[in-house]
Design a protein around this ligand. Sequence first.
Ligand code: FE2
Length: 362
Amino acid sequence: MSDAVSIQSFDHLELYVGNAKQAAMFYDRGFGFQSIAYQGLDTGTRDVASYVMQQGEIRLVLSSALDPSHPISLKTAKHGDHVALIALSVSDVDRIFTITTSRGALTAVPPTEETDETGTYRHATIYGYGNTLIKFVQRDRYHGVFAPGFVPRSTQPHLDAGLIKIDHVVGNVEKGQMNHWVQFFENVLGLNLLVQFDDRTIATDYSALTSSVMQNATGAIKLPINEPAIGKGKSQIQEFLEYNHGGGVQHVAYLTRDIVETVTKLKDLGIEFLSVPSSYYTDLEVRIGRIDQSIEQLAKLGILVDRDREGYLLQIFTRPVQDRPTLFFEIIERHGSQGFGEGNFKSLFEAIEREQALRGNL
Ligand code: FE2
């Protein structure tokens, strides 16, 4: 299947949250996102409040509904704060909508045109895994700050944590569903299956899982999908599915140019990361070869390193960003490697399991 549907990049992610106003402050004060646009009661939107937050090329939209029967309220009650929508930037909404729906995608919102004094914004939305929506956005004739209905809203610049763009967005689906969604992304969206990890690669005593990495032709869109596998205890994927009440986005990875600087800033701001045992850093250089960063500094911050034939990468994972053990974030710096830190899965999952055990969920 060719990439004939021509997806350019991640346009934004929309999170449905219990309190968008407070969430906006968390992403501002905790992660260094700047508020750029807003809609709510005071701008004439009667049912929803949305805050658009930006850092580098990353845009997050934080939305809460004002009525308990609104779909955003119902979904937030079910899943907790969650990534509800993955928006992809495309050159032709009508074309991609026609292609994807003719290949079996289900329509959530048909092609829609919205116009304001700055231009015309086109979009359409289909259903993805779990309750997740996939939205196509066409901005070539739109020059406003985000979309019609939004007004510019800028907060005092607080801090830039150095996050550049979304590297990948990972979804968890129910056991037995992964291949269905691999085929969906292949056949409907024209993505390619880059690599598959099975439970022989990714197994600790408990956290067994199977993962498929889906990617578009340019590599700008990377969408790995996990499903739980049978282990001795409850897979971390199963724990997610139980607390999320179904499939959904497990983590979003943000690319940075300087992970040491980024993580130092985020820790200062109070963001919590998974810790790794100091034993991980013993013989690290023997295992992964020479790297530009100081191992001592990586150990101090808990940053993981992995190497493949193309190069190496540095990565770290936050703890869940809400009370449910569901959505978390990854910070990643790439030096050639286009992998996902497969070599770290075991030590990483052992760290996750320690926290799972503390939650009484292992
Ligand atoms: Fe990741």
